[in-house]
Design a protein around this ligand. Structure first.
Ligand SMILES: Cc1cc2nc3c(=O)[nH]c(=O)nc-3n(C[C@H](O)[C@H](O)[C@H](O)COP(=O)(O)OP(=O)(O)OC[C@H]3O[C@@H](n4cnc5c(N)ncnc54)[C@H](O)[C@@H]3O)c2cc1C
Length: 564
């Protein structure tokens, strides 16, 4: 049986961006349906975020959003969509105060907010709640706000599988209810994609399983454009060794903010200065530059034993370590890690996606009545994102997308019963495929390996072509992969729909990366080293039937006086 729902504003994904959008849309009088393929308000990247939220609140030292914008544009290596970045930097401070009013509890030193200096920022600009607790506190605060609105309906375990169009505009979606195995049709006057990023498409990542690029695929199949898909950010110091359980692989970031630490090669020598990025015991090197330097050292045979770099806090007295990280030091001890006596090994892992849905300044995508928000939006960070910009992005873009979508509440409710049918048929067909053979979960692992081997931070034309061939072979198996049949909580079925999305999104990344014959930010071509000014363009992706179409687009710039 197919369930039917209707709403003014449909928000797909309930991380920080989705929840902020729901609050804004509801506050502007819209009826909102906030859904998530996992638990509403408790899944995705937001709740995992560690520490930094960048905003020029100027609490530690004088600051201005224009300085933040300047740093964001510089980090983005000339590809930043400047109007979007301006919105992000200009509005971030008011969102920090709004979150404070809502009870997030930013860390304070005396009577002002504490701010740390993160790499690529020119001053202390990042607020936080506590070590490893910024994401949970942010998510909790937004959940509490969401609950205050009677006009926000929340539905968990609902996987949106396709968007539905009416008269050339987004008119809702079709979804699979994981808990019951039932299909659901949702008519909506406006739809917001808040599905986060795609880093679980790589086998080493900082992501949870539900960050597989669904929103990009949903938008693309419905006719929306994507931008900057080749720019996948790798977090340079993901934990590599020794084995560590119960702790986050990117936990060394806050350690570096507070204590500096030393990044060393296999010979225990500092090395980032050899790549034009000296550290001097501070944490100043941007993510793209550090990722590049680590990979190059490993390639030159100067990696740490497990193929990364050493990160050492051995020179820092135990009392200082304890003062900064108290109980975490004990948790590390339980893992056999004593930072006063040993360095740990770190290596780059997939962490964030700079690309995404192409939008205008109201966060409208190129498909009418479809909006995007949060990490699902492409362009605001160009070829490389600054630490802390992603959480600010969820607040600022969340509020803006929610408000923009709510403005369409006056339009007529679309009738999508007929248009939804082909997508309901896909759910019915996929739910009805028992049998043996490679499972969707195993096929997903193959895709992650393809992406890691040939579409990682270092790319070549041969490798990218090989990846596209391998992805095509994998895609050919998709219609036959067994899902185990219709049943409640069928993870294989969920993975089948995830893989269906990953396959198309992976092709957009590899195709865009193959076309960009230069190295810039997070996109490094071994066969085309160095930045090529002739490539100061964004690449836009469209789907034409099953074919990926790429075209170049001028980078949107601000007038000089708006930057001054
Ligand atoms: C470990 C980690 C630490 C980080 N630390 C920081 C930090 O310190 N500072 C910073 O600025 N950034 C940080 N980031 C990045 C930042 O957290 C994310 O970019 C940001 O939270 C993304 O928010 P979002 O709301 O766009 O997406 P998410 O929070 O990822 O939410 C997306 C939601 O969409 C749902 N969804 C996906 N597909 C579907 C579908 N088909 N149907 C229904 N629902 C769907 C998911 O289940 C998920 O709940 C970190 C990221 C990670 C992974």
């Amino acid at each position: 049986m197919v369930q039917y729902l209707e709403t003014d504003v449909l928000i797909i994904g309930s991380g920080g961006a989705g929840m902020y959008a729901a609050i804004a849309a509801a506050d502007h009088g819209a009826n909102v349906l906030l859904l998530d393929k996992s638990i509403v308000g408790r899944s995705g990247a937001t709740i995992m975020a560690q520490m930094t939220v960048a905003a020029a609140v100027g609490e530690e030292e004088p600051d201005d959003w224009r300085f933040h914008l300047k740093d964001t544009i510089a980090a983005g290596r000339d590809l930043v969509d400047e109007p979007l970045a301006k919105i992000l930097c200009q509005r971030a401070p008011e969102k920090i105060w709004q979150m404070e009013e809502w009870g997030v509890g930013w860390a304070r030193s005396g009577n002002h907010l504490t701010q740390v200096h993160a790499p690529g920022h020119d001053r202390k600009r990042c607020v936080y709640v506590d070590f490893l607790n910024t994401g949970p506190a942010t998510a909790r605060t937004l959940r509490n706000q969401v609950r205050k609105f009677d006009n926000i309906r929340r539905v968990s375990d609902l996987i949106v599988t396709d968007l539905v169009l009416q008269d050339g505009r987004a008119a809702g979606a079709v979804a699979l209810h994981l808990e019951t195995g039932q299909a659901v049709t949702i008519a909506a006057k406006a739809t917001v994609i808040a599905t986060g990023g795609l880093t679980s498409m790589y086998n080493r990542n900082s992501a949870s399983a539900n960050m597989g690029g669904d929103g990009y695929a949903l938008g693309l199949r419905a006719g929306a454009e994507l931008i900057d898909m080749e720019f996948v950010q790798f977090f340079p110091i993901g934990h590599l060794a020794p084995r560590m359980t119960g702790m986050d692989p990117i936990m060394w970031d806050p350690f570096r903010y507070k204590l500096g630490g030393r990044l060393l090669n296999g010979k225990k020598e500092e090395f980032t200065q050899n790549y034009g990025a000296p550290e001097d015991g501070k944490y100043v090197v941007t993510r793209d530059a550090a990722t590049y330097a680590i990979f190059k050292e490993v390639e030159a045979g100067r990696g740490s034993p497990h193929g990364g770099a050493w990160l050492s806090f051995e020179h820092i007295p135990e009392a200082d370590l304890r003062a900064a990280f108290g109980p975490v030091i004990d948790k590390l001890a339980n893992n056999g890690i004593d930072l006063t006596k040993m360095a740990i090994e770190v290596a780059p892992i997939a962490h964030y996606h700079m690309g995404g849905l192409r939008t205008d300044d109201s966060l409208a995508t190129t498909l009418p009545h479809l909006f995007a928000t949060g990490e699902a939006v492409g362009g605001a960070n160009g070829a490389n994102r600054l630490s802390g910009n992603a959480i600010s992005e969820t607040f600022v873009f969340g509020e803006l997308a929610g408000r923009s979508a709510a403005a369409l509440s006056h339009s007529a409710m679309p009738d999508i019963h007929h248009a939804a049918q082909p997508f309901l048929d896909i759910i019915a067909e996929a739910s009805n495929r028992a049998g043996g053979g490679m499972t969707p979960t195993a096929a997903t692992a193959s895709l992650q390996t393809i992406m890691a081997e040939d579409v990682g931070p270092f790319r070549t034309a041969d490798g990218l072509r090989r990846a596209l061939d391998n992805l095509a072979q994998l895609a050919a198996t998709l219609p036959e992969l067994p899902t185990g049949g219709a049943m409640a909580f069928n993870q294989q079925l969920a993975d089948w729909f995830g893989l269906r999305n990953m396959l198309v999104v992976a092709r957009t990344i590899a195709t865009a990366a193959l076309a960009r014959t230069e190295s810039r930010g997070a996109h490094q071509r071994e066969d085309h080293p160095g930045l090529d000014q002739a490539w100061t363009y964004n690449q836009v992706v469209r789907l034409d039937g099953d074919d990926i179409r790429l075209f170049r687009s001028e980078v949107r710039r601000l007038a000089q006086e708006e930057l001054a």
